[in-house]
Design a protein around this ligand. Structure first.
Ligand code: H79
Length: 585
């Protein structure tokens, strides 16, 4: 297996501290670091992180006695399920169909290279027989050591094994916060005692089931870095090449404890969304294949197209994807989920070279799709063909050959203005057409370039009738004209009418609009809208419509105008717009 040996890992630490990229340095200020070295986290060796990054795609598993209820793990304690009842579920937890080899086979069939399982979620239940609590699998009728069986099956099957461990524990009397949702305070709070408990448990995880690929911590709440950094250092002492995410402790100076973007630990963890392009700081998106983390009957399953798009946009942003399944109380992964995972694996079987071991870029993700690269080759993942072609900014390297992965013809026009890529419709693939661009030099050396829509409204001065919570910097109308598909103009909850307008600077001929409305689970909020241009004091409509949705596109006029307004006349909830674009034709 590809695991690096101990001495190499130690060498990695030395190399790291004398100056590799700041990827894993803890956020402690320099003076504090000098005064109290135990308060800095040296981070994982660069080789270990590079190895983890190359795996690209892993399986997240959320499982426990909560599966008996079909409600959300941790969060439903004291909400959907009374605390007393929730805490007794484990006495009925008997997943006799659990077969570690089958789970590993499912992960392998999906093309996944690693697995991370909830060894203990916020509800405090432990999936392994821990020496320091009886609230564990040993106290269930099942009695088997799930982690032992799963870690052994992973090793046998060539899947790397990692453990999720929730720092907050709303069940343990010493952890200061309790259910529901970690909002209550416990009279028995004793963070020092809890720290001992946590340390004993993570030590069990590493020493019994390791070496672990990763320790995936979550929701530290009041567990601050004065506890967390020494704890992480202890882990790194036990296993020098272990990778630790950014949720092991509340970073200094953060009122709310942590955010998914917190720059501590080895990597950042955008949750339930694809992270933004970032090659400097390692990251991993965690996302559910349905909606709930834990098993829920008839939960809405993501389509194959959604799954592939998520994987491609993640790899294209230079991130990993940890896709979650929630097994049932019988110990099985639902058949429909296994089928979907197999479909993903079949796709990867054909196109895996464009994902595994690649880096994101050089084109940052855009509406066309995303790009990955390896050696002298760029994999252009085309997920949409607006206008029948892909227009990209210029590359400082010559494209010497182009093709379509899996067969097909690609035509590339390369000029100083950029690249135009054509693939005949008959050669395009259902979900993702992967155009290979072979360059006359290494692709990774190219400074990442942002895709540009060519919209006449890009960067224009924008104003709006309403901005969500008055947070103009995050949700202002400028976010709809910034060519960044991950930011949006949002309005307050309950807004039924709103407008945003752009000043194009000078009278400009326009004849086509593209409006990308944010939708949740498929539906938009707008029911009636108008596109208007200013003529003196009046606004004249050039386009009228009902719903907008994702990537609405329509030609009109053309007209010449300087001020253009999107007027939403009717919405079922506060409308929100990813992008508002105008073109001459
Ligand atoms: O384990 C999964 C989540 O339970 C955990 N992190 C992932 C990996 C997590 N803990 N806190 N959060 C995520 C952020 C809070 C999310 C919430 Fe909700 C949104 C809490 C209440 C609304 C999700 C939806 C949980 C309950 C309902």
């Amino acid at each position: 297996m590809t695991r690096i040996c101990m001495s190499l890992a130690l060498l990695g630490i030395v190399l790291f501290t004398i100056g590799t990229a700041g990827a894993s340095a803890a956020a402690a200020p320099a003076e504090a670091a000098a005064a109290a070295p135990e308060l800095t986290d040296p981070g994982a060796p660069a080789e270990a992180i590079a190895h983890w990054r190359g795996l690209r795609f892993g399986m997240f598993i959320h499982w426990g006695p909560v599966a008996l209820t079909g409600h959300e793990i941790g969060w439903s304690r004291g909400r959907e399920t009374p605390i007393k009842e929730y805490d007794q579920l484990y006495k009925r937890f008997n997943p006799t169909d659990f077969n570690a080899d089958e789970w590993v086979a499912t992960a392998k069939a999906a093309g996944m290279k690693y697995m991370v399982i909830t060894t203990k979620h916020h509800d405090g239940f432990c999936l392994w027989p821990s020496d320091v609590t009886d609230y564990d699998i040993g106290g269930s009728p099942f009695g088997r050591d799930v982690l032992k069986e799963l870690s052994a099956a992973c090793r046998k099957g060539g899947i790397e094994f990692g453990t999720y461990y929730s720092v907050c524990d709303w069940h343990h009397p010493a952890f200061p916060r309790g259910s529901p949702g970690g909002r209550t305070k416990k009279p028995t709070a004793d963070l020092d005692a809890y720290d001992k408990y946590l340390r004993a448990q993570v030590k069990e995880l590493v020493t019994r089931y390791g070496p672990l690929l990763v320790l995936w911590f979550d929701v530290p709440q009041v567990y601050t870095e004065d506890y967390g950094i020494p704890m992480v250092r202890m882990l790194r002492g036990l296993q020098p090449n272990i990778i630790v995410n950014n949720r092991a402790y509340a970073a200094a100076g953060r009122k709310k404890g942590f955010s998914h973007q917190t720059q501590v630990g080895d990597y950042t963890t955008p949750e339930q969304r694809v992270g933004g392009f970032d090659r400097d700081r390692p990251w991993e998106t965690c996302m559910t294949i349905c909606r709930q983390w834990a098993w829920k009957p008839n939960d809405t399953l993501k389509s194959l197209e959604q799954c592939i798009q998520i994987l491609v946009r993640t790899a294209g942003g230079d991130g990993n994807l940890l896709l979650n399944v929630g097994p049932t109380a019988d110990g099985r992964i639902e058949k429909r989920q296994i089928d979907r995972l197999k479909q993903i694996g079949d796709w990867l079987g054909t196109y895996g070279e464009s994902i595994y071991g690649t880096r994101g870029g050089p084109f940052k993700p855009g509406p066309f799709g995303a790009s990955t690269c390896k050696a002298n080759r760029v994999y252009l993942h085309v997920l949409a063909w607006p206008g029948g072609e892909v227009r990209l900014p210029p590359l400082p390297r010559k494209v010497t050959a182009a093709g379509v992965l899996g067969g097909g013809k690609a035509e590339v026009d390369q000029t100083d203005e950029g690249l135009v890529v054509h693939v005949p419709e008959s050669d395009r693939k259902d979900i993702d057409t992967i155009v290979t661009l072979d360059l006359d030099g290494p692709a990774l050396a190219i400074e990442p370039v942002a895709w540009s829509s060519g919209s006449l409204a890009t960067g224009a001065k924008a104003t709006a009738s309403n901005v969500f919570a008055k947070q103009a910097r995050e949700y202002g109308p400028a976010k709809a004209v910034d060519d960044d598909q991950t930011t949006r103009w949002a309005t307050d909850a309950g807004t039924r009418e709103a407008w945003m307008q752009v000043d194009l600077g000078k009278p400009t001929a326009i004849g086509r609009a593209v409006i990308d409305e944010a939708t949740r689970f498929g539906g938009g909020r707008v029911r009636k809208f108008r596109l208007e241009v200013r003529n003196g004091k009046d606004w004249e409509p050039v386009l009228e419509g009902t719903t907008i949705g994702r990537n609405f596109e329509k030609t009109f006029g053309p007209v010449t105008a300087r001020h253009v307004r999107l007027t939403i006349l009717e919405a079922v909830e506060g409308p929100t717009i990813w992008e508002f674009q105008l073109f001459a034709k």
